[in-house]
Design a protein around this ligand. Structure first.
Ligand SMILES: [Zn+2]
Length: 45
């Protein structure tokens, strides 16, 4: 489980509420809030 603001690293993350997929392109990117529902919790997808 990853939370918005984490330096979670490159990869694909799925919102735990709406299953929206986010892609982080850079290992220095910070996980944002879900753009669809504002959720802060993500799973690696
Ligand atoms: Zn969401």
């Amino acid at each position: 489980m990853y939370i918005s603001g984490d330096h979670s690293g490159k990869g694909r993350y799925l919102c735990t509420k709406c299953s929206k997929a986010l892609y982080l392109e850079d290992s220095f990117d910070i996980l944002p809030l879900c753009p669809e529902c504002g959720n802060q919790q993500f799973l690696v997808g």
